[in-house]
Design a protein around this ligand. Sequence first.
Ligand code: PMV
Length: 350
Amino acid sequence: ADQEVQRASTYAPVNIAVIKYWGKRDTKLNLPTNSSLSVTLSQDDLRTHTTATCSSSYKSDTLTLNGSDQDIAGARTQACLRELRALRKEIEAKDSHVPKLSEMALKIVSENNFPTAAGLASSAAGFAALVRAIANLYQLPATPTVLSRIARQGSGSACRSLFGGYVGWNQGELDDGSDSVAYEVAPASHWPGMRALILVASAEKKDVSSTAGMQQTVASSALFQHRAENVVPKRMEAMEAAIKDRNFEAFAALTTKDSNNFHATCLDTDPPIFYMNDTSRAAVRMCETINQVAGRQICAYTFDAGPNAVVYYLAEDEGRVAGAFKSMLGDLTGWTEGVKATDVSAGMEH
Ligand code: PMV
């Protein structure tokens, strides 16, 4: 029985922020300098699938992503494993009949069905899946909130992938990070028409990792300080209200403004960081044209730490937004991987 292999699998969705997380006040715990808010996308389109197994026959912890070995010794991954093992140990301490899984090595196998580290929130889905799979394997009674606290230490944005629909991440105040967790703003069902168009300009890995980019921004941008202190707190409130009221025009205006504000802080650093490129800017102009023709804001673009665009719109405007992008794509050079339309998702099963 000692050699038995225990196993648990899960899918985790990506989330794309509409109020961006950018800047850490604690790099070890991934504590942010501002709160953020995202939308969880359908697991049918972009997701990580992770299987966690453990056995007393395994020699050491291992992690593979899309078939290739990953460095599991990194501090972020180690923090997640340590926290999950500590919670398992609590269960084992209470009942001597419970197998001591916390003492066995883990084998973690992950697959992404989309480009990794290309600014499409791959680390968010990745760490959310890793944490959830191990929590299932260990049969932890942990809530999504507790798991979000753990996943945050893997990758900040991962904490938001533990919830479906519209998700906030409270920056928190405490030094130990215990209050820096994700929360549900509204379930996916609250606003059924919301859709996202994913435009992949490049499936290449980004030049400047989000960790390095944030560090540089915090160290050298005065605009960043203004963003964190004065701009984002008001936007968080306005965005939550826009979502509660299902006010797409307000949602769209805040989304595009916040993306541009975040990329402006990147430009304001020493040396400047350019995540958006000419292809990205063509998507911005396309959105503006679509909105002008419609006479109101029916689509909203946002860019993470890379050139790929995500465009939010309502299903009733599918033809005018997704249709326009699809038919124009041939004229917009640089979109290597094409366009994909996706829904907001209810998130993982808990
Ligand atoms: O979770 P990280 O460390 O990969 O940072 C993600 C940062 C952005 O994607 C640019 C913004 C966000 O809120 O997701």
